[in-house]
Design a protein around this ligand. Structure first.
Ligand code: GAP
Length: 514
């Protein structure tokens, strides 16, 4: 992971936010390559979910319409959704080291013998885990009756026993506080008075902006059940322990669909979205066994999920989670929880009148049925998606001058092609410049590079993950051919300059989407 982070920094994919001021924990900025990579991911999602949605389980194209709601909403939205009361993580402080931890991320090595010291570490953090292990060995050398040490969650330790726990970064025992609930929503004030009555929240998920607009969408568009509303945008969570690069940040982007359907059809649509979303991630380059689908156990269900209803995660094996996996996207049957809550809290009538359901009238037509629809929610993270794409693409290759290349799926590659003049004279830069400009119009980000020798230019493009480089040389001026270099195979071939656009179109897989 250190090598991936270093490449991200060196090549301008991702920087710490406010780096010149020492950064700010849990916030990351995207540089030129990273911004384009993340945009490619969001554009692909928008294209495939909103503009050309898939064919659904009944053989018809799925209906999806977009919204773009505000980050700040009336605070009653978050009371109704349950976030004000319940969007909490258990937090624990260390009085000695002044560190703060998510209590459910702290593990404790507990002995089988009574009355002995216990040693805590942060889950997934090799440094504190090794410190705790060493402390156990040292302790056992003097207290053999402590018995066997095994890891348990801090939250399972009785409050009175915390006095015997040595914290992950502490020297003394008993410095960890009792875990307490910490609300993850960022607060702000609306207006100049800034009193308690003016408190508002930065949204912790884009989903509620969709539910709050559900009635407006039904009233103003021609959508009919079943249909989805999609939104891409920022979400904010004051995470207790942001970590693992962009994986757990305090500001991040979500790509969410709330798909409304009759309760009787919820299982069918849940299965459809779960499988289609998995196939989608595979289609944009996460095709290896690093990607898995995991159905939740019954005890993992969120507060809005119906018992027995489906909830699953699409997970990726990041270098920092390996051999385990981290969530990229959750697919949940939210039942009608959210619309019910908003109907109750706002007084708005959110029931849908379905003219195609209900008993048949004398004329043979259905009488119609009024109901609050169920919701199936595929909720993906754009930052975690971009991070998984970066990790999957990272390919060490000691034979290359760059020692590594980024094997991005062509659709995700931030630079689609590069055009080089072999040397900066004899009319080559002019021909290369004209070709680069022509390609840009069709393929977006195409780079013209005339600096340094050709080997260094190839190396730069390998690190940027550019799939194809075209070089204009002396022969081009005579026979109108250029050299194409393939990033993955390193093969070089000559093609006619007029065929470059067609070649790229085919290789980037753009034909079928035209
Ligand atoms: N509306 C449902 C919802 O927000 P979630 O599982 O809390 O569900 C959905 O979040 C996705 O948002 C996650 O799968 C993840 O990709 C992304 N996400 C959540 N918290 C994040 C964080 N702190 N940093 C980066 N991405 C995050």
């Amino acid at each position: 992971m250190d090598e991936i982070m270093s490449l991200c920094k060196r090549r301008g994919f991702i920087f710490p936010a406010s780096e010149i001021y020492g950064g700010i924990n849990g916030f990351w900025d995207y540089g030129p390559l990273g911004a384009q990579l993340k945009k490619n991911l969001k554009d692909a999602w928008w294209q495939d979910c909103v503009l050309t949605p898939p064919i659904g389980p009944d053989g018809d194209e799925v209906q999806i319409v977009p919204v773009d709601s505000c980050i700040i909403q009336n605070p009653k939205v978050w009371e109704a959704s349950g976030h004000v009361a319940g969007f909490n993580d258990p937090m624990v402080d260390c009085r000695e080291s002044k560190s703060r931890y998510r209590a459910d991320h702290v593990q404790v090595l507990r002995p089988s013998g009574d009355g002995h010291l216990m040693f805590a570490y942060v889950e997934g953090d090799a440094e504190t885990a090794s410190k705790a292990r060493k402390a156990v060995d040292k302790y056992l050398s003097k207290n053999a009756d402590a018995g066997d040490y095994t890891p348990v969650e801090l939250t399972s330790i009785a409050v009175a026993d915390l006095a015997r726990v040595v914290g992950p970064h502490a020297k003394d025992k008993g410095t960890l506080t009792e875990p307490r609930a910490f609300n993850l929503m960022f607060k702000t004030y609306v207006g100049a008075l800034a009193t308690e009555d003016d408190i508002a929240y930065l949204r912790p998920e884009t989903a509620q902006g969709i539910f709050a607009n559900y009635k407006n969408v039904v009233d103003t568009t021609r959508v009919k059940m079943p249909f989805g509303i999609a939104q891409v945008g920022k979400a904010f969570r004051n995470e207790v322990t942001p970590r693992n690069f962009t994986f757990r940040s305090r500001e991040f982007e979500q790509m969410e669909i709330e798909f409304f359907c009759h309760a009787e059809e919820a299982q069918k649509w849940y299965t459809f979205w779960r499988d289609w979303r998995m196939a989608w991630w595979r289609s944009i380059g996460l095709g290896s066994d690093n990607l898995i689908l995991r159905e939740h156990d019954a005890d993992e269900l969120a507060h809005y999920a119906k018992e027995g209803a489906g909830t699953s995660d699409i997970e990726y094996r990041f270098p920092f989670t390996a051999p385990g996996y981290g969530e990229l996207e959750g697919i949940a049957d939210r039942s009608n929880f959210d619309l019910k809550q908003h109907a109750e809290h706002s007084g708005a009538k959110l029931e849908y009148f379905d003219t195609e359901r209900g008993e048949l009238a004398k004329n043979g037509q259905p009488k119609g049925e009024r109901y609050l629809p169920n919701v199936i929610e595929p909720s993906a993270g754009a930052d975690r998606g971009a991070l998984a794409i970066l990790c999957e693409a990272f390919t060490p290759d000691p034979e290359r001058p760059s020692k590594v290349f980024m094997r991005f799926h062509p659709r995700m590659a931030p630079i689609k092609a590069a055009v080089f003049p072999l040397v900066n004279k004899d009319g080559m830069p002019e021909v290369a410049g004209t070709l680069a400009r022509a390609l840009k119009r069709h393929f977006g980000n195409v780079e013209f590079d005339a600096k340094q020798n050709i080997g260094k230019r190839y190396a730069r493009m390998d690190e940027a993950g550019c799939p194809f480089c075209f070089t204009i040389d002396g022969d081009t001026l005579n026979d109108q051919t250029v050299t194409v270099r393939d990033r993955d195979t390193l093969d070089q071939q000559r093609i006619n300059i007029d065929q470059v656009a067609g070649f790229l179109r085919e290789k980037l897989g753009l034909e079928e989407r035209d």
